[in-house]
Design a protein around this ligand. Structure first.
Ligand SMILES: NC(=O)c1ccc[n+]([C@@H]2O[C@H](COP(=O)([O-])OP(=O)(O)OC[C@H]3O[C@@H](n4cnc5c(N)ncnc54)[C@H](OP(=O)(O)O)[C@@H]3O)[C@@H](O)[C@H]2O)c1
Length: 240
């Protein structure tokens, strides 16, 4: 894919991206890096984070963190503040997609999904939003899903978590915008990543390109006028 011009208004900002070891988070991190943003990369797979960092111009740090662990999240926030200072851009991208009928889903599986997909974004927003409000500039991006708007069979817990993330983002949007902190909920349909491989009965060739999505996210958050985007649903252009 050809490289497009990158928004210069983000140059010098500091970002934290969860799920940076994954398909979409990795591309958002790369797109931010191309704009001169220092990016803190988080995920669990240390090797994947280090490999990604080695290809960036402005890697700030990598941190292997299990998002189910609140203490680890609070320690991450403290480490980021120590080493980087307050961040300007928070991207909550990490997620898990359990696929099974509701009656076969255990409470433990419910807890994992809700912890990663909803509780961790809540904790990280609570940690980092006050710094953005104080400095009167900030961007929070929550990556939800088409499952935030529909109830698909065999993914009830995932749909519940993404509906929750959409609700969280809508409230955050209203709580933050008067402080010039823009909270976005960006909800893609099927994307060509490891998680996307779990999606059956669809043609993977039609899936959204994660690199294109990375570019889109960065262009969306770079916008700085009097108009404000609240939530965005991204669909595949061609579906067979
Ligand atoms: N792919 C799609 O079709 C699609 C569609 C709609 C929405 N989304 C959403 O897009 C986001 C990114 O998905 P993706 O397609 O990029 O998936 P992916 O390639 O499978 O990446 C998932 C990411 O989440 C991280 N993660 C999962 N559990 C974690 C945990 N307990 N602690 C820390 N990190 C954890 C993974 O880290 P490690 O691998 O290092 O553990 C990985 O970086 C998710 O929120 C997903 O729900 C995806």
């Amino acid at each position: 894919m050809s490289q497009q011009p990158t928004p210069s208004s983000l140059h010098g900002k500091r970002a934290l991206v969860t799920g940076a070891s994954g398909g979409i988070g990795g591309e958002i991190a790369r797109a931010l890096d191309r704009c001169g943003v220092s990016v803190c990369l988080t995920g669990r797979k240390t090797n994947a984070l280090e490999l990604l960092a080695s290809g960036l111009d402005n890697p700030a740090m990598t941190a292997s963190v299990d998002l189910q662990d609140e203490k680890a999240l609070l320690a991450l926030a403290a480490r980021v503040r120590d080493e980087l200072g307050e961040i300007d851009i928070l991207v909550n991208c990490a997620g898990v997609l359990p696929v099974k009928p509701l009656v076969e889903t255990t409470t433990a599986e419910f807890d994992v999904c809700l912890s990663v997909n909803l509780r961790a974004p809540f904790i990280l927003c609570r940690e980092f939003a006050p710094g953005m409000q104080q400095r009167r500039w900030g961007r929070i991006v929550n990556i939800a899903s088409s499952s935030a708007y529909s109830g698909f069979a065999n993914s009830s817990v995932y749909c519940a978590s993404k509906h929750g993330l959409l609700g969280l983002s809508r409230s955050l949007f209203n709580e933050m915008k008067n402080d010039n902190v823009r909270a976005f909920c960006i909800s893609p349909g099927s994307v060509r990543t490891e998680m996307g491989r779990q999606i059956k009965h669809q043609d993977p060739d039609t899936f959204i390109d994660p690199q294109e999505m990375g570019r889109f996210v960065v262009e969306t958050i770079a916008y700085d006028g009097h108009m404000i985007a609240e939530e965005v649903r991204l669909n595949r252009m061609f579906v067979q």
